[in-house]
Design a protein around this ligand. Structure first.
Ligand code: HT7
Ligand code: ZN
Length: 874
């Protein structure tokens, strides 16, 4: 397989003005007739004059140019293309192909999910539907006619507005859709099925009525209210915050049960993994409710950031994904709790993106090469991309940033553009020079800031020096300094924010947070006019995706944890303290957890004034995976042991306080509501139960069993089930069995049942997982199921996946090889859990390495898996 490179980008030789698609739908054998109106691109650098269309796994039946059939000598077809020679400058091309949705297990192109037919075209799936210039810079107007058996597929959907609907002979019917907006082929979608619809309306800011429709399988009509509410909230928010109105008369969402990712923003017809649509309080947890709200918003926001303005090529993926993640993060912060949202986003970034940046597949936000683009839907493109937009928003300030995004929408509407075009809008609207800032798009790796501070009591000056260094990443041995916004505060002896006056400034700015802009490898700042040694609070609200090395003593961290006006830094100080203690316990298992730690934990726990959700974040230990990232050589067993010791100690020494918090936050019998306050109450109560269950006596076990049996919402029931399953024994087994019996018909709930067992740290977890692979409800063909069992075991059960006998690695490699011919996207995503093998001890290194070689030596690997395995071994 060869790499595609950004530097080789060429504009398309032809443009497509109109596309007329006609589908005769049949799961086994669908006919696709396509008529394309093509013309030479005046902006193209002339090639040899022929036209090469993409096409894969298509059975070509006939071709016509301007009504004349072509014979075999006038075109060439190979595995992935159709080449036409000697063609006019402007012509109409008709192709007829057959495709086979029921055999499509890769879930790209047109495929069958249950009784439904659906499409997934991003990134390069449209070429599995018909011959086309399947690249995002070719934008065309689509008309789609769908014909199918009416009894089997009463609902036929595509992009745009419905234009015609009639019955045909033989029990068939026809529906025609027209999309007035030019779009790239990756935004094409069709759906056929026996679906029910939930309807609502939205009146836009300018007074237009939009029909909102959510289509689901019949048994799920009672699980769509939250999705619909979320959609309406997102539509209003986008008008208010970004001035973006919806543009068609109808907006549709369809929930499907077989889906490779979370959802897809097809124009006017968003297709969702049903996990991100369906929720009822007894089937979905608060985390699910939250995920639905943000994914619905994310896909809706793509209508402007992705669809109206799209990417010129796939190297620009972060143009739409980074910006849209930023938008959905801001939406969730505005409708929920901003502090908690920032913490969970940073947790995710540190867990996934920082570790990606430190591994063999590290790449810039705008990658410069790939073998398989599906491997680049990554935390770097999405989450770091969002941080890069966030930094620009913060550097410009809210009003200027809004002017800059207005300019972007106006200047580039209807175009396929680049991240460079985006940054230029930021510059043009603000007058700022972002030349150096652009390096954030080009340079991979997580910058490390090393800060040192000293206080001179005589002069009242606090001196802060900051050095920046970005470690080498594959293909980028040398790095240049970045433009880094560094938000800081200084706390006085009472914990109040001090004014931050830099030497040479005549006026003291208001007390609070100040943003310093770093540009050099090393910078020095002198804050004057201080009467006592301040406690610095650096990187407030996490203003840049960097790691901070700052040797702050435990007392200062405890002080910040108690007093910092910045909620994020109160949480971060607690995390640093807990991380320190845990790493000490890893190195020295006999280390005694100091009383001062328990005291600080207790006083935070009993601070009833604060936001409960924020408190739950503050009191949650760093994960085992995150601790592993802090070690040069990961001590899998030591981390697991240390985690267990500390959790148990908290449970024991704070038993009474935890019980008090648990009881104080027990529901008053009123029905479930998804509000930040109610979510916070459930979070702190379940965290208390979590610590109590680390050393449970009969009373605690009884509480947990009672919550499991009588909880009226899935958040509480799942929390109890997880604890009982980890507790094990008869209680654990009984809970798992009764949960299965109760929910065996709800596929998304059964995913949770698989996941709980996959994450269980009991010693025979791998055997249990192998046993579950034989369960009648397990299927390698359903990505949600694979992620629940295989994905959770390999990513969320560090101690058992990395068992020293290599059983976990063999298990993963077997699954990757089994899945690769079926669904290469899922296979290669799973494989990513083994690519950072160099961080482990020699025994584990060689076991992982052997499995990676076994994979790479296999014949007919997909590009997806080949790219991951070969880069892992480079
Ligand atoms: N833009 C969507 C990406 C996506 C995707 C990519 C590759 C293969 C399958 C896929 N399904 C959806 C989702 C999003 O980020 O909004
Ligand atoms: Zn997206």
């Amino acid at each position: 397989p060869h790499a595609v490179r950004l530097k080789d980008y060429q504009p398309p030789e032809f443009l497509i003005d109109r596309v007329d698609l006609h589908f005769e739908l049949d799961p086994d054998r669908t006919l696709v007739e396509s008529i394309l109106q093509l013309r030479r691109n005046p902006a193209a650098t002339r090639g040899d004059g022929s036209l090469v269309l993409h096409g894969e796994q298509l059975d070509l039946e006939s071709i016509e140019i301007d009504g004349h059939s072509l014979t075999g000598s006038e075109f060439e077809v190979d595995q992935d293309s159709l080449t036409l020679h000697r063609i006019p400058d402007r012509f109409s091309l008709l192709t007829r192909v057959r495709i086979h949705p029921s055999l499509n297990t890769a879930l790209e192109g047109l495929y069958q999910s249950g009784d439904m037919l659906c499409t997934q075209c991003e990134a390069e799936g449209f070429r599995r539907i018909t011959y086309f210039l399947d690249r995002p810079d070719v934008m065309a107007r689509f008309t789609t006619t769908l014909v199918a058996d009416k009894a089997r597929f009463p609902v036929l959907l595509s992009n745009g507005n419905p234009m015609e609907s009639r019955d045909l002979d033989g029990g068939r019917h026809l529906v025609r859709w027209e999309d007035p907006f030019p779009k790239p082929s990756y935004l094409f979608a069709l759906i056929a099925g026996d679906l029910r619809v939930i309807e609502d309306r939205f009146t836009t800011a300018s007074g237009r009525e939009v029909m909102l429709k959510i289509f689901v399988e019949p048994q799920n009509v009672d699980k769509c209210d939250h999705a619909m509410r979320s959609l309406k909230k997102a539509m209003r928010w986008d008008e208010e915050r970004f001035g973006r109105e919806y543009d068609l008369d109808i907006f549709m969402i369809v929930a499907v049960s077989h889906f490779n990712m979370g959802a897809m923003e097809n124009k006017g017809l968003n297709v969702f993994n049903d996990k991100f649509v369906l929720a009822r309080s007894d089937t979905a947890t608060d985390v699910d409710f939250d995920g639905i709200e943000s994914v619905i918003a994310h896909e809706y926001f793509h209508n402007w950031t992705g669809n109206r303005i799209t990417c010129r090529d796939w190297f620009q993926l972060s143009l739409k994904e980074g910006f849209t993640v930023y938008r959905d993060q801001e939406f969730s912060a505005d409708v929920g709790s901003r502090g908690v949202k920032r913490i969970s986003d940073v947790r995710l970034l540190r867990a996934h993106q920082f570790s990606e940046d430190a591994g063999p597949m590290a790449h810039p936000v705008r990658p410069d090469s790939y073998i398989e683009i599906n491997n680049f839907y990554t935390a770097t493109v999405y989450q770091k991309g969002a941080e890069v937009v966030r930094m620009q928003a913060n550097l410009l300030g809210p009003e200027t940033f809004r002017r800059a995004t207005d300019l972007y929408f106006e200047r580039h509407d209807g175009q396929a553009v680049t991240t460079e075009d985006f940054v230029r809008c930021m510059e043009d609207a603000s007058g700022r020079d972002l030349t150096q800032f652009r390096r954030w798009y080009e340079q991979a790796g997580t910058p490390e800031l090393t800060a040192e501070g000293t206080f001179d009591a005589e002069t009242g000056v606090y001196s802060l020096s900051v050095r920046q260094f970005t470690p080498p990443t594959p293909g980028q041995p040398e790095k240049s300094p970045l433009h880094v916004p560094l938000a800081i505060g200084l706390l006085g002896v009472d914990g109040e924010d001090l004014p931050l006056r830099l030497e040479g400034e005549s006026e003291a700015p208001r007390a609070g947070t100040r943003v310093l802009e770093l540009r050099e490898e090393e910078e020095h700042f002198r804050f004057v006019g201080l009467s006592a040694k301040p406690v610095p609070s650096l990187l407030r609200a996490f203003p840049a995706p960097v790691k901070l090395r700052f040797d702050q003593c435990d007392e200062d961290l405890l002080f910040l944890m108690a007093h910092d006006s910045d909620g994020f830094n109160r949480w971060d100080a607690a995390q640093t303290l807990m991380q320190r203690l845990l790493l000490t316990l890893v190195r020295d298992p006999d280390h005694v957890v100091p009383d001062s730690f328990c005291d600080a934990f207790r006083s935070a726990l009993l601070d009833s004034a604060g936001d409960q959700a924020l408190l739950a974040e503050v009191l949650t230990l760093p994960s085992e995976g995150y601790l592993a990232d802090q070690m040069d050589v990961v001590d899998v067993d030591g981390i697991h042991r240390a985690h267990a010791v500390l959790e148990r100690r908290i449970g024991e020494c704070l038993r009474a306080d935890l019980l008090g918090v648990y009881r104080a936050n027990t529901g008053d019998g009123s029905p479930y509501v998804f509000t930040p306050q109610a979510v916070g109450r459930r979070a702190i109560r379940n965290l208390a139960l979590h610590y109590l269950m680390q050393a449970p006596d009969a009373e605690i076990l009884g509480l947990c069993q009672d919550q499991f049996a009588n909880g009226d919402n899935m958040t509480d029931v799942m929390a109890a089930l997880r604890l009982l399953a980890n507790h094990g024994g008869a209680e654990g087994n009984a809970a798992l069995e009764s949960f299965y019996r109760r929910w065996s018909r709800e596929s998304l709930v059964i995913d949770k049942w698989f996941a709980v067992q996959a994450s269980c740290s009991r010693e025979d977890a791998l055997n249990q997982v192998l046993h579950l692979m034989e369960h009648p409800d397990f299927s390698l063909r359903n990505p949600n199921r694979v992620r629940s069992l295989v994905g959770v075991f390999c990513n969320a059960n560090q101690v058992r996946f990395h068992a020293p006998d290599g059983g976990g690695y063999r298990f993963l490699a077997d699954r990757v090889l089994e899945l690769d011919p079926l669904n290469p996207q899922i296979a290669s995503r799973l494989l990513k859990s083994m690519i950072r093998w160099r961080r482990f001890d020699r025994v584990r290194q060689s076991l992982m390495c052997a499995e990676l070689h076994r994979i790479l030596d296999t014949e007919e690997l997909s590009k997806d898996v080949y790219e991951v395995a070969s880069k892992a071994l480079e």
